[in-house]
Write a protein that binds this ligand. Structure first.
Ligand code: AMP
Length: 179
């Protein structure tokens, strides 16, 4: 029988000092290039929540898109991108969040989500939790319900889950792998 967790772990590569010194970048491109690992990850996210439970999957730029789109397809749900400023062509909702130095902005098309829709947010890595919390804010601003966050990998030592639960106490956070 396939040990999915071991397979996924073996397909995520640590890249020290990328993109800046001191950061260990978790490169998921070998996982995406392995069709068994890629399909296994997508199917595991869908199985965790169950088909028919999600109306829309929100993917976070950029690697989040690569997982969120096939997850949405397998759910029979729609896909909605959350992007950095200047990428979405129509009117947007936007929110900002603090980084160690400076801040980031995320945007989502107005009207991409309908009030009351059940939304799963998907990204590749949960680090400090700021990005995921911002995406959840956009979903709620649109009047939709965030039913969960699914990530491939949670960097546990950064305690992003705790930050997320301060902002979103009822959010179900699901990580296929944890460090
Ligand atoms: P954060 O807001 O700190 O939780 O950061 C999460 C976002 O940054 C995700 O969209 C990830 O793609 C990216 N990210 C943060 N840390 C890493 C890392 N060590 N390796 C790969 N991606 C990361």
């Amino acid at each position: 029988m396939l040990d999915l967790e071991a397979l996924l772990r073996s397909r995520i590569v640590d890249v020290p000092d990328f993109p800046t010194p001191g950061v260990v970048f978790k490169d998921i491109s070998p996982l995406l290039a392995d069709h068994v690992a890629f399909a296994g990850a997508v199917d595991a996210v869908v199985a965790f929540h169950g088909r028919g439970t999600i109306d829309k999957v929100v993917g976070i730029e950029a690697r989040g898109f690569l997982l969120a789109a096939p997850v949405a397809y397998q759910f029979g749900a729609g896909f909605v991108p959350v992007r950095k400023p200047g990428k979405l062509p129509l009117a947007t909702l936007e929110t900002s969040y603090d980084l160690e130095y400076g801040s980031n902005v995320l945007q989502m098309h107005e009207g991409a989500l309908q009030p009351g829709e059940r939304v799963l947010v998907v990204d590749d890595v949960l680090a400090t939790g700021g990005t995921a919390a911002a995406a959840c804010r956009l979903v709620r601003e649109a009047g939709a319900e965030v039913v969960g966050l699914s990530v491939l990998l949670e960097l546990g030592f950064l305690e992003g889950r705790a930050l997320l639960h301060q902002a979103e106490p009822d959010l179900e956070v699901h990580a296929l792998l944890q460090t």
